[in-house]
Design a binder for this molecule. Structure first.
Ligand code: AHR
Length: 496
């Protein structure tokens, strides 16, 4: 007999808007993420740009609205001028952060072209470790400049008459959190340096949306950034990685469930920290931020360090099994429930490194985690609805059912995303939908369920089919209905 759970959705309100940018992706010059991943000039599988076409098709399927580049930690040594102009004359550099040699053949223009191909907004991160405010501002001019000035003209000379119009810019990455990098361990120095970057970049283009470095573990750091940089901070960056203590399913799920705590803390900090913007226009020739500061989870994902099976640079190429896919769905439910404060999120990363897509010289395939990443983009609604779940513990500390619900953009559909983290039992859930608007006639329910052939099963170049997707339709009473969720499954319910 299945365990019984109850899920109550409050659909009496429109719901909290979910930023579409929550479903972003990240690419970095790290191992085979870009070179040998999305980009390979020498492969027969690549187009004339050097983009691997088989990989590109899969990235397109992910329907990401936002792509972050070029790092990550890599930004600390990246000088954007190395990656522009004729490829043959671009400088080769040692990748001092991640190892290997960077030929810089994939640079700014290639990144923008890739974004256009997949329909994503570009999101660039500037080097605030070994770069200068001036260098960052010049990159802004190169990308967005429309005047008859040096860097805008350089872009034109490189063949791009029209500006790239890059709206989202990050200043630094994990500053303060990386002891080896020195200078920005000192919060006061970080704040002062950031002001210099902000001023120079905003003087180039006052419409930029800036992502500044917060820290979900160090609330003093985040609070100070909000207090002192609040007038120019559109997004506060935090990175939320699950690093399970061991390879068990319960460690994985616990490490993800525990992320709710730092996320809630940063969320509360945003609500509680006063941001003073008075007299801003007296001192600055660009406007202060408008609208609320949002969280940018501009890196999130799963570091399966303890499996000992990571390959490639820094051992960051993981084979993600079905348990990880359930973890990703849990993560996405968590983000959806926090949509009031999350303005963007980018999964780290996209190809080969911590990735939903793997490639080698012969081809590419989707990993198990591709399924939930795609499912949320395809099916989740645009407004989060408050959802309460009563469920049993499937193992100590693990609530079996994790659920979130949303309303579609046109308001006609209610969508439930549910993870059954009970590995041994199906769950029967009674779903109650409080909704005065909806008449009581029976409606169509569509249930799309995803299960893995086995919990630790992985996809591979020769078998991409360990994830099983099934669909059923039935008519139900929209106020209260019963669903059955297979053990270790992820399910999307759509009520029309
Ligand atoms: O995503 C890999 C690395 O993880 C990023 O470069 C860094 O920001 C983080 O620590």
């Amino acid at each position: 007999t299945p365990f019984k759970s109850e899920i109550t959705i409050d659909a009496t309100q429109k719901g909290q808007e979910i930023s579409p940018l929550q479903y972003g992706q990240f690419i970095e010059h790290l191992g085979r993420a870009i070179n040998g991943g999305i980009y390979d000039e020498h492969s027969k599988l690549s187009d004339s740009n050097g983009f691997r076409m088989d990989v590109l098709e899969k990235v397109k399927e992910l329907r990401t609205p936002l792509l972050r580049y070029p790092g990550g930690t890599f930004t600390k040594i990246y000088h954007w001028q190395d990656g522009i102009g004729p490829k043959a004359s671009r400088k080769k550099r040692k990748n001092l952060i991640w190892g290997g040699v960077e030929d810089n053949h994939f640079g700014t223009a290639e990144f923008i072209a890739y974004c256009r191909k997949i329909g994503a907004e570009p999101f660039l991160v500037v080097n605030m470790a070994t770069g200068t405010p001036e260098e960052a501002a010049n990159w802004v001019e190169y990308c967005n400049g429309t005047t008859d000035t040096y860097y805008a003209n350089l872009r034109r000379k490189d063949g791009f008459e029209e500006p790239f119009n890059v709206k989202y810019w990050g200043i630094g990455n994990e500053e303060g959190a990386e002891p080896d990098m020195g200078r920005h361990q000192d919060l006061d120095v970080y704040i002062k340096d950031t002001w210099q970057f902000v001023k120079m970049m905003k003087l180039q283009d006052s419409s930029l949306k800036l992502v500044l470095v917060g820290n979900s573990e160090d609330l003093h750091w985040s609070r100070t950034v909000l207090e002192r940089l609040g007038p120019v901070c559109d997004y506060l960056s935090i990175h939320l990685y699950s690093i399970p203590a061991d390879t068990s399913f319960s460690s994985l799920i616990q490490s993800i469930d525990h992320i709710e705590r730092p996320l809630t803390q940063v969320d509360s900090l945003l609500a509680a920290t006063p941001v003073k913007v008075e007299n801003f226009s007296r001192w600055y020739r660009f406007p202060a931020r408008s609208g609320p500061i949002k969280i940018a989870v501009d890196e999130w994902g799963i570091w399966d360090i303890n499996s000992g099976k990571g390959k490639g640079a820094y051992n960051l190429e993981y084979q993600y099994n079905w348990s990880h896919a359930l973890g990703v769905a849990t993560f996405l439910n968590l983000f959806q429930r926090h949509s009031r404060s999350i303005g963007m999120a980018t999964w780290a990363q996209t190809v080969n490194v911590l990735a939903p897509i793997m490639s080698d010289s012969a081809g590419s395939y989707r990993q198990t985690i591709f399924a939930p990443l795609k499912a949320f983009r395809d099916y989740a609604g645009q407004y989060n609805l408050p959802t309460q779940t009563t469920t049993h513990e499937s193992s100590p500390g693990i609530r079996a059912i994790d659920a979130a619900s949303s309303r579609s953009a046109d308001s006609n559909q209610i969508i439930l995303t549910i993870v059954n983290r009970d590995l041994d039992h199906a769950a029967e859930a009674i779903v109650h939908v409080k909704d005065q608007q909806r008449n009581q006639q029976r409606v169509t329910l569509k249930q799309i369920s995803y299960t893995g052939k086995s919990l630790y099963g992985v996809n591979s170049a020769t078998n991409e089919n360990t994830v099983i997707k099934t669909e059923i339709k039935k008519n139900v009473d929209p106020a209260s209905f019963r669903i059955v969720l297979s053990p270790a499954s992820f399910t999307v319910i759509m009520l029309n």
